[in-house]
Design a protein around this ligand. Structure first.
Ligand code: HEM
Length: 181
């Protein structure tokens, strides 16, 4: 079945986000393991923390632009329309992913303001969102970690849905976001 496709801009935003989130999960788990669990504070751990802050901060503004594009351009219609239940699950998953891509970086940014550890390489310091407070830092860092696990769960549901369209329903819905169509 031939479906309308997302614009090149929407596809670019989507696949760059996938790469950036994979990078964030890898650096996030590795840096806390090296720094927090093993107590190794060398150049590599510092590099991981700085790049995690830099890419995460970029994701926040990138997602804001992406949301503006999505709200202005909408999504191409699916023909024939999906079952209402599938439509609700798909929409809930998509909007939860957008929300997490804003909330997660904001929690990270709040955590580094509270610690404080706002320096990114020796290039610049992120603006402080709040005054330093070590106790609140622990709480916000734990929320940040929980939100990362929620993101993994929702992304898994999203990927399962995409593969269901590609392999079971074969209705062209998957191809709408695939590059080069
Ligand atoms: C989509 C964006 C983000 C994702 C997916 C993400 C993911 C993660 C993950 C998986 C961890 C490891 C959690 C753990 O096991 O303890 C982590 C830790 C951390 N992240 Fe992020 N993060 C994001 C954005 C940010 C941003 C924007 C900042 C700061 C500007 C940030 C700062 C931190 C810090 C400081 C930690 C260590 C917290 C601790 O001490 O336990 N993150 N992040």
């Amino acid at each position: 079945m031939r479906q309308g496709s997302y614009s090149a801009i929407a596809k670019g935003f989507h696949w760059l986000t996938v790469l950036a989130v994979l990078f964030m999960l890898a650096t996030g788990f590795l840096m806390t393991y090296r720094g927090g669990d093993l107590g190794i504070w060398d150049a590599l751990t510092n590099w991981l923390y700085s790049s995690h802050k830099l890419v995460g901060f970029t994701i926040l503004w990138f997602t804001t632009l992406r949301l503006v594009n999505r709200l202005l351009a909408g999504a191409p219609a699916i023909d024939p329309p999906l079952h209402p239940l599938q439509r609700v699950v798909a929409a809930a998953t998509h909007w939860a992913l957008y929300a997490l891509l804003v909330v997660l970086p904001l929690l990270g940014w709040t955590a580094v303001s509270l610690f404080p550890a706002r320096q990114v390489f020796d290039w610049f310091s992120l603006p402080a969102l709040t005054a330093p407070d070590k106790e609140t830092y622990k709480l916000v860092a734990a929320w940040h970690e929980t939100a990362a696990f929620v993101l993994i769960a929702v992304a898994a549901l999203h990927i399962a849905g995409a593969l269901f369209h590609l392999l079971v329903k074969r209705d062209g819905v998957f191809q709408r976001m695939w590059p080069g169509r």
